[in-house]
Ligand binder design. Structure first.
Ligand SMILES: C[C@](O)(C(=O)O)[C@H](CC(=O)O)C(=O)O
Length: 307
């Protein structure tokens, strides 16, 4: 929540930053952040932009990624991430949560949440993860209308148009579709679930827009390095669900440890310490805002010693 103790950028400034980063020569690596803490840690490590994944958001709610969420929920989470990190955020708005009116509401809410860029896909509802079987598409014309709607309602939002067409209609048709999406106003293109180097490069040769690659785990795309995507001609790569997947495994491990051994002591080396936590969330700066709060001195705690 550093927006209280630090100056926050405007939506237009964040969108402009995203655009500049997207156009830089080096590929932009965008990690998924599923909450304010992961956003702060990504920033601390040095990342310049963040991604809010539909898969990670739904999983964090204990839900499948099948299009059962709404724009207001995702906008609220997006606002949390922007407030925490004040970094340009790319938000996965799935299909736009329905038809044109749903897309227009989503666009408006994303701007209100200070989101820099949105990613919209051409699947029909109920949607699926792009790396799964059984996806269905909307007609290209309908997707074009959705893109135009976002640009009309929220001109400052950067639009990344994703196509899920490769698995259903093939690479050539997927490329035809994304060229139509660029014509409709998309600022960048996300060819979903591509596999071979040749496929990735073909999109580069035939599409005149910045390109985004999805380096999700346990999917169809081999583990290409960011530099390899850069060599294929891509401007951005997302790691959408990584933070959530590692966090889930980590808390499974510590919960198991407590359940089986009656103590978490064996896991302490894997934990963020109290001091690290307070530094990350700027605890001391907040204390400084209220003269009635006595300054915390961590050395006085005694750190779990038996007395
Ligand atoms: C990018 C994606 O849409 C997401 O929600 O993050 C997912 C990621 C995943 O399920 O691994 C996708 O459809 O690729």
């Amino acid at each position: 929540m550093s927006w209280i103790v630090e100056k926050e950028s405007t939506q237009e400034q964040l969108a402009e930053q995203f655009k500049q980063l997207m156009l830089e020569r080096d590929i932009l690596k965008i990690p998924g952040a599923h909450d304010g803490m992961s956003a702060l840690i990504a920033k601390k490590v040095g990342f310049k932009a963040l991604y809010l994944s539909g898969a990670a958001y739904t999983a964090s709610q204990g839900l499948p990624d099948l299009g059962m969420i709404y724009s207001n929920e995702v906008a609220e989470k997006a606002r949390e991430l922007v407030r925490a990190a004040n970094l340009p955020l790319l938000v996965d708005i799935d299909t736009g949560y329905g038809g044109i009116l749903n897309v227009s509401r989503a666009a408006k809410e994303m701007v209100e949440a200070k989101v820099a860029a949105v990613q919209i896909e051409d699947q029909s509802l109920p949607k699926k993860c792009g790396h799964l079987n059984g996806k269905k598409l909307i007609p290209a014309q309908e997707m074009m209308e959705k893109i135009r709607t976002i640009k009309e309602i929220a001109p400052s939002l950067i639009v990344v148009a994703r196509t899920d067409a490769k698995a259903i209609e093939g690479v050539d048709r997927a490329i035809e579709r994304v060229n139509q999406y660029v014509e409709a106003g998309a600022d960048a293109i996300f060819p979903e679930a591509f596999i071979t180097e040749e496929e990735f490069k073909k999109v580069r040769r035939e599409v005149k827009a910045p390109l985004l690659a999805n380096m999700t785990e346990f999917g169809k795309t081999p583990y290409y390095k960011a530099r390899e995507f850069e060599a294929f001609g891509y401007q951005m790569v997302i790691y959408p669900v990584t933070s959530l997947r590692v966090a889930a495994k980590a808390y499974e491990r510590v919960f198991t440890e407590i359940f089986q051994r009656d103590t978490q002591e064996g896991c302490l080396q894997d934990m963020q310490t109290r001091e690290e936590l307070y530094q990350t969330i700027k605890h001391y700066d907040y204390e400084g805002l209220d003269q009635h709060i006595e300054k915390t001195v961590l050395n006085d705690i005694g750190e779990n010693t038996k007395q």
